[in-house]
Design a protein around this ligand. Structure first.
Ligand code: MN
Length: 292
């Protein structure tokens, strides 16, 4: 794997991609060592950055150029296949100084197992952090295929860190995970609930989040027709525009302190999913600037 991504995110001019003056840092974390179904999300970061070269920089809804806050593109955090425990440490150690320098991290996965390490680093600066979680899956398994850091355990590890979470787009989980949401009063919304009343879901989401929010967006939250390139697709997902509606509301009312987009698995011969993910990453960067 290359040390640096092939391009700067969004193909920004040096003036807007310089580390010092950038508010945002895109962090490529191409790790897929624990994926249980189809692997390939280690190629996600480069594919998303490649697709971002074609994203128009003027926001078509808010009519602003949000890239001007500066977006630095970090080198690849993962160079070689390593055990997942070592990967957790590597991600944490890469993220910590960036958070300390006041940067807003945008992690690009890679599978969902990268999220707890990022949350841990961000939580040190923002102890009251809550997590907004888009996903088809609850990811609340305590252990899976012999590892507690498996990608199906990501939100369980976030729970262990003490960060409350709201999950959106959820439609696949086992009874044990469901019981866990009841026992711990965890808030989640199915795609049916989102489709019936996206404004209501956004409102209830806001009331369940703290002031500082970490967004983790598993691309399989979206309907597979809109984001087919992912390792564990599930029928009947949320719509891209519904996701934006919730994200914009969160951007206006909460401080978005970091985010990740995970489980993008490029498919040969098409570029739908990475293009959606690139646009989504830029939308999150844009909405993070609405909070005053
Ligand atoms: Mn998922």
């Amino acid at each position: 794997m290359q040390k640096w991504p092939p391009h700067a995110f969004l193909d920004l001019e040096e003036e807007y991609a310089d580390f010092k003056r950038s508010r945002f840092v895109v962090v490529p974390i191409g790790y897929d060592g624990t994926a249980t179904y189809r692997k390939g999300s280690r190629f996600g970061p480069d594919a998303v950055i490649e697709a971002s070269q074609h994203v128009d920089l003027f926001d078509e809804q808010l009519l602003e150029e949000f890239y001007q806050a500066g977006i630095y593109t970090h080198e690849h955090v993962i160079q070689d296949a390593e055990p997942v425990e070592q990967v957790q440490e590597r991600i944490y150690r890469a993220a910590r100084p960036l958070v300390g320098a006041g940067k807003t991290l945008i992690g690009l996965g890679g599978e969902h197992s990268i999220t707890p390490a990022l949350v841990r680093a961000v939580q040190e600066k923002w102890p009251q952090l809550s997590v907004l979680h888009f996903d088809a899956h609850l990811d609340l398994k305590n252990s899976y295929y012999g590892s507690c850091y498996n990608h199906a355990c990501a939100l369980r590890r976030v729970h262990d860190l003490g960060a409350p979470a709201v999950s959106i787009g959820v439609r696949s989980f086992d009874k044990w995970e469901y019981d866990f949401t009841k026992a711990h009063k965890k808030c989640f919304f199915t795609p049916e609930q989102v489709a019936a009343d996206v404004k209501g879901v956004a409102k209830e989401t806001l009331s369940n989040l703290s002031e500082q929010v970490y967004i983790t967006f598993d691309i399989d939250a979206l309907d597979p027709s809109q984001a087919p390139g992912t390792g564990t697709p599930e029928a009947g997902g949320i719509d891209y525009r519904e996701a934006l509606a919730v994200l914009e509301a969160v951007g206006r009312h909460k401080r978005i302190v970091a985010a990740d987009i995970v489980e993008v698995m490029p498919i040969k011969g098409q570029n739908v999913t990475e293009s959606v993910a690139a646009r989504l990453a830029y939308k999150i960067i844009s909405y993070a600037q609405l909070y005053t």
